[in-house]
Design a protein around this ligand. Structure first.
Ligand SMILES: Nc1nc2c([nH]c(=O)n2[C@H]2C[C@H](O)[C@@H](COP(=O)(O)OP(=O)(O)OP(=O)(O)O)O2)c(=O)[nH]1
Length: 304
């Protein structure tokens, strides 16, 4: 009964296929799960890759009008043509959510709402950190969208597999008294004056947690403990072949207050000030997750 355009070559890893609430002619909600051979936060980044979303689910043109950044943010909009390539856009896609928990898109026409799709990356029950599953929930199941999901998920799978080989730059999200610590770069010229999180490249043989601890010691002169990861990975532009990965950290009991040992300045930033700061582009794409960390109110504490 499902009109899902199953192509075994690309859906070979489908574990669950479920059609919920068949009301009359067409499925109202579709749910499926796809396995991906890349870490959750890398897959979560690929799911929100602007060009991958807009070329596969949007205008279906070679060069659709693409909204702002490399990765989508909640509130971004993009044109959607529901017919053949080259057709004028008939709908508008709106990004409702684009973070490590989900990418959720809504499609609206001038006549009203015409569908909603949600992709949720989840760690598998086995706990293997090099793999994850994408759970797809499609509401109102617009027919024009069904054939496109196939190509989109295949592109996400390829991108995530490529991105999982990247050199990692760790960033430290240190929150104290409801404020996030940011630091202002003074080099290179292209980055001077912009704000970023303390951190740097993971060195060979080092874990990400060890790297974040070392970088905070070198840059801030303080001791931190690495806690959980935050947000999606963010691929850095300019052919660097690196991705930014943020870890929440806390200062260990009795450690010194952070000092700007290698940067122009440090600043504690509140949730309402986050958007106003001239962040490096990669960090700007993580602001929703950083804001959520600040508004959660549960300040990470040194567990020792
Ligand atoms: N540390 C850090 N780097 C970031 C962030 N956002 C962002 O795009 N980057 C980029 C800037 C650099 O091109 C790259 C590596 O950062 P880095 O210069 O601090 O790395 P590093 O300490 O290993 O290098 P170096 O200073 O020894 O040259 O990552 C961020 O929030 N924190």
């Amino acid at each position: 009964m499902s009109r899902w355009p199953v192509r075994p070559a690309t859906f070979f890893r489908t574990r669950v296929a479920r059609v919920v609430a068949v009301r009359g002619r067409m499925p109202v909600v579709l749910e499926r799960t796809f396995a991906m051979a890349a870490p959750l936060r890398t897959v979560a980044a690929a799911l929100r890759h602007t060009r991958t979303v807009t070329t596969n689910l949007g205008a279906v043109a070679e060069d659709p009008a693409v909204p702002v950044g490399e990765l989508l943010l909640a509130g971004d909009r993009f044109p959607v043509a529901t017919g053949a390539a080259g057709d004028a856009p008939a709908l508008e896609g709106t990004v409702c959510r684009a973070d490590e928990t989900a990418v959720e898109l809504r499609f609206d026409s001038s006549a009203g709402r015409s569908g909603r799709v949600r992709f949720e990356p989840r760690e598998p029950e086995s706990g293997a950190r090099s793999r994850c599953e994408v759970h797809l929930i499609l509401s109102e199941a617009p027919e024009w969208l069904l054939p496109r999901l196939d190509g989109y998920l295949e592109a996400v799978r390829e991108l995530a597999s490529k991105w999982s080989m990247r050199q990692i730059v760790v960033g430290a999200a240190l929150v104290e008294d409801g404020m996030l610590l940011a630091q202002q770069r003074h080099y290179p010229a292209v980055h001077a004056g912009r704000w970023e999180l303390p951190g740097g490249r993971v060195e060979p043989g080092e874990s990400e947690s060890e790297a974040v601890v070392r970088e905070c010691r070198e840059e801030l002169g303080t001791e931190v403990r690495a806690l959980e990861r935050l947000g999606t990975d963010v691929p850095l532009l300019g052919g660097s072949g690196m991705s930014l990965r943020v870890l929440a950290v806390c200062r260990v009991a009795g450690a010194r207050l952070p000092l700007p040992l290698e940067h122009r300045a440090l600043r504690w930033v509140g949730g309402s000030e986050l958007a106003g700061l001239p962040w490096l582009e990669a960090d700007r794409l993580l602001l929703d997750s950083l804001r959520a960390l600040l508004s959660s109110g549960s300040e990470p504490q040194d567990p020792k």
